[in-house]
Structure formats: structure tokens, C-alpha cells
Design a protein around this ligand. Sequence first.
Ligand SMILES: C[S@@+](CC[C@H](N)C(=O)[O-])C[C@H]1O[C@@H](n2cnc3c(N)ncnc32)[C@H](O)[C@@H]1O
Length: 261
Amino acid sequence: MNRSKFALVPLRAADNLLLVDADPVELVRSGYNAISGAYRSDDDPAHEYDPWLAGLLERIPGRGQVLDIGCGCGVPVARRLAAAGHQVTGVDISDIQIERARRLVPGAVFLCADATETDFPPGSFDAVVCLYALIHMPLDRQPRLLRDITRWLRPGGWLLAVTGQDAWTGTEDNWLGGTASMWWSQADAATYRTWLTQAGMVVTSQQFVPEGDGGHALFWARLKPAGSPQAGTADGSSARASGAQANPQSTSAACRSQEPR
Ligand SMILES: C[S@@+](CC[C@H](N)C(=O)[O-])C[C@H]1O[C@@H](n2cnc3c(N)ncnc32)[C@H](O)[C@@H]1O
């Protein structure tokens, strides 16, 4: 076990403060299970996403195939894209988020899975959306997921991603005023830009999205259209099961009880 991938999380037992190893991925899953409704209500208009979704709708063809990684409860991204006629596949590690997404956006398909352990056939999607989700995944898995995304995109396909702006890894207890802890692990924006380029995508836009005292980076990146030099240069070496369908069965026991209906 690589202990560097594990955060020390304080847990109270009786009056003693104990420090125990916690799997950060499990912390994220259970944290979003606990905080799902507080993070986003069923009818959250999330107007801050409006320009991003408008930009996406301009870029992708009618009835496109869109993958939403870390889709949360499906609101607003999957709901808005499905309403516009797109075929949306959402992936999220939290079974509560997925349960809500299936209820809130019945026209989309949702998989309860760790995105870093999921696979799709090459060229499956016209666009991949990944908003505020990469930053909850172990840093050493993020470049590989970006290479996988490149492989899952069709030539000319788009990635819309919100990543870290500044590098930081850490845990916050009582997140959003609840009892759950949450874990983040993010690189800085320049590193994400490098990873996107190394994965074989062309970054067409990078913006700073302010939040409180800090903020995030928003990237639009594109796989070059067929026929362009360097189209599809991602080597696909990260493929874990090339050509395989998404395999939610490879995920946690909690997710296995939430297979797509
Ligand atoms: C901050 S929320 C964002 C939700 C949604 N994208 C939005 O912008 O409203 C992050 C989401 O990513 C999910 N997530 C975190 N790590 C994940 C992983 N390894 N695989 C799939 N989903 C993950 C969490 O469960 C959570 O629902």
C-alpha cells in the first residue's frame, strides 16, 4: 500500500482524538453520499454554468453523445444536455449522487463507478464534461484519465473541464457544515494545461473561475478533427481494456448495489 496516497483524518472515539489512515477515494465517495442534497438541490438552476453549457451546445452536433465525468446528481449538466436532445452518459463514484441523477434525469444513462477505473470504446463521445471532479481524484491517476478521455473522444470532440488553479492536496472536516469530511488533490493550472497537451488535446481556451479567496481553472480542449495533423495522437497506452464497455462492476461494493436500471 502506498501510504503517500492516504490522508490522515482525525476521528473522535470517546474523548480521544485518533489519527487513522483513510482511503481518500472512499472519503470522497462517502462524503458526497452524505452531502449530496446540501451540495446541490434538485432544482438548483446553477446559473454560473449557463455560459459553459451554452458554449458546449454551440460546439457539439445535434443529438451528440456526451460523457459527464463526476456528474453529481445530474443537475444542471446532464439535465440541460438531455433536454437539448443529447445522449448523456454520467459517471459518478457516489451511489447517492447516481441514485438522484437517475431520478432527476431519466433520459440519461448513469453509471456508479470510479471514473479512473472505467473504460469506453475509443471514439465514443462528441464531448466530455468534467466539472470540479478531477480535483477529487488521486493526482497520479489524473494524467491517465486525461489520456483515456482523449481516446474516448471522436476526432474533433471537445473536453470542458474545471480543474485546480493552484496545487493543493488536503482534507476538510465538517465540510459544508455537515459531519462528513472531504478530500481534494489538485495540480496547478499550468500542469493541467501540460497534461492536456501531452494527452493529445489542443487547449483552445483557459479561464480563471473565481471562488472565495481562490478559484479554479476552466479549460476548453479539443481533439483535432480527422485529417488534421496530429489527430488522435494520444497513444492509448493507458487503455485498461481497450474496446471494452464501461464496467461499473469494477467499482466499490456500495456502487455494485446501484447498477444501471
Ligand atoms: C464537486 S462535485 C461536482 C458535480 C458536478 N460535476 C457539478 O459540477 O455539479 C464532484 C463530483 O465528482 C464525483 N467524483 C469524485 N471522484 C470521482 C471519481 N473518482 N469517479 C467518479 N466520480 C467522482 C463526486 O462524487 C461528486 O459527485
